[in-house]
Design a protein around this ligand. Structure first.
Ligand code: BGC
Length: 481
């Protein structure tokens, strides 16, 4: 820590320490030995950022891109909102915590996006792991039910489809799934056009239709929904079940799309960072275990160190290791602690709560049928803090890379920019956002980065993308006439 010349306030030692008096000092030191690999110095983070910068360049390149771990996918979103968009839209949101269907109205006069109504539809596990046809039939059925409840059947409204998985987009309405992430694994969808699959499912039913479709990654929806309020919002970031970011890149750098002028939003898919082995030096034995036991080993290395789908499991594995080493729970793990997935990511937030954290820790350890004492509860807190801090700092390193890139792209000494952000980890964890912001300040000192929590980016943002696409299409047509 100190040796890397960190300024005060960026202490790598944790806020929560077990009482270092008496025999516990020894426990503390031994615990620390196991947590040490999670503590990334400022220097290390700068190094990670430099690696990501190179990977982003590779992803943008015309040929190198096929082998790139960070895919840098063109989104065909060429403009952020200018405040003249309007109309009624449908939106679908698949790939976050819930699957949702929404009816959204964009009001030009008030520069506002209204969510008229929305509905959550459960996606049962067997559909998440079944055939693509079943998945899209299920989606089409949910949409039908929603249209009926809203008395919208018969109107062919344009639809924004927030599909939060890596897609190779050919056009705004043609989008090929590269691979599933985050627990989805439906057969026959990878390599296929998702818009076609959706339309086919609707036509199989034959009892309603939809208008034009715009495909949107959740990061893009998040950026666009914030962009309506703050026109300097040019980055979208998600830290939820998965993690990812998008930003506005200069067209001349987007070698895989024709044209030199203007900008295009790039979906970085930073979750894949490290899939070529470039993060080996910072992976812990626990990260390797999480990867090995996931449904997609070797895929989304960076995401597995950061996002909500995995953080709880990392903590569980560390607690288990410390128990095996007789540093916790008198050396006795419970059945629950031995069960994958039993330590939910939301426990981390609860345990790190500044006031009620220790009490919450005790409750959770009791729920997991562990024989704990006060030191155990403190150590559990320390583990949670260590794992979530690493997540926040890694995100900061990645976000700083993007901010620095936008700044140098534009030849600026100083950049002021806004990030639209969403995701359960960012929203629910008590100090994740503070840690993230503090680290970004250090890692991108020439950028003044503000954060705007997106109000339903995946719903309203998708409608916004659809609206902007329509506005641009209209302009195009008018120019042509
Ligand atoms: C997906 C991204 C998505 C992110 C956040 C990742 O697993 O690959 O497309 O933006 O999760 O939802």
């Amino acid at each position: 820590g100190e040796a890397s010349g960190e300024p005060p306030g960026f202490s790598l030692s944790s806020r929560v320490q077990p009482d270092p008096s008496g025999s516990e000092t020894c426990v503390c030191l031994q615990v620390e030995k196991h947590l040490e690999p999670f503590r990334l110095s400022l220097e290390k983070l700068q190094d990670v950022s430099a690696r990501l910068r190179k990977d982003m360049l590779r992803g943008l390149g015309k040929h190198a891109h096929h082998r790139a771990a960070v895919k840098m996918l063109p989104t065909f979103v060429r403009a952020t909102p200018d405040g003249t968009e309007k109309g009624d839209f449908l939106a679908l949101d698949l790939g976050g915590t819930n699957f949702r269907v929404l009816h959204v109205r964009v009001l030009e006069e008030e520069q506002r996006v209204l969510k008229m109504d929305s509905q959550i539809c459960a996606i049962p596990q067997e559909i998440m792991l079944g055939t693509g046809e079943k998945l899209f039939d299920h989606i089409a059925a949910c949409l039908a039910e929603f249209l009926d409840s809203q008395k919208l059947r018969g109107q062919t409204l344009p639809l924004g489809f927030t599909f939060s998985f890596p897609c190779e987009q050919k056009e705004i309405d043609k989008s090929i799934l590269i691979r599933w992430t985050k627990g989805f694994n439906c057969s026959g969808v990878e390599g296929e056009d998702v818009v076609r699959l959706l339309k086919e499912a609707i036509h199989r039913r034959g009892d309603y239709d939809i208008g034009s479709v715009a495909m949107v990654n959740d990061t893009v929806g998040t950026m666009m929904s914030c962009g309506y309020r703050d026109q300097s919002c040019e980055i979208g970031m998600i830290i939820g079940t998965g993690t990812n970011a998008c930003y506005m890149e200069e067209m001349k750098n987007v070698k895989r799309v024709e044209g030199e002028d203007g900008r295009m939003c790039i979906n970085t898919e930073w979750g894949g960072f490290g899939d070529d082995g470039s993060l080996k030096d910072i992976l812990t034995e626990f990260d390797e275990e999480v990867d090995k036991t996931s449904i997609n080993p070797g895929v989304h290395t960076f995401e597995k160190m950061i996002s909500g789908m995995y953080l709880g499991e990392i903590v569980r594995l560390v607690l288990l290791k410390l128990t095996e080493e007789k540093l916790l729970f008198k050396g006795c793990p419970s059945e629950a602690l031995l069960t994958p997935g039993s330590f939910e990511t939301k426990f981390i937030s609860e345990i790190e709560e500044p006031d009620s954290g220790l009490e919450n820790a005790k409750k959770i350890l009791t729920k997991l049928a562990l024989d704990w004492d006060l030191v155990d509860a403190c150590v559990a807190r320390l583990v949670c803090d260590t794992v979530s801090s690493r997540s926040a700092r890694l995100c900061a390193a990645a976000l700083a890379t993007i901010a620095n890139r936008i700044r140098t792209n534009r030849g600026l000494d100083h950049l002021k920019t806004t990030v639209g952000v969403d995701g359960t980890v960012y929203r629910k964890h008590p100090n994740f956002s503070d840690e993230l912001q503090a680290a970004v300040r250090l890692l991108a000192p020439k950028c003044d980065v503000s954060f705007l929590i997106s109000e339903d980016g995946s719903g309203k943002g998708a409608a916004m993308v659809t609206a902007v696409a329509q506005r641009l299409a209209l302009h195009c047509m008018l120019n042509f006439l």
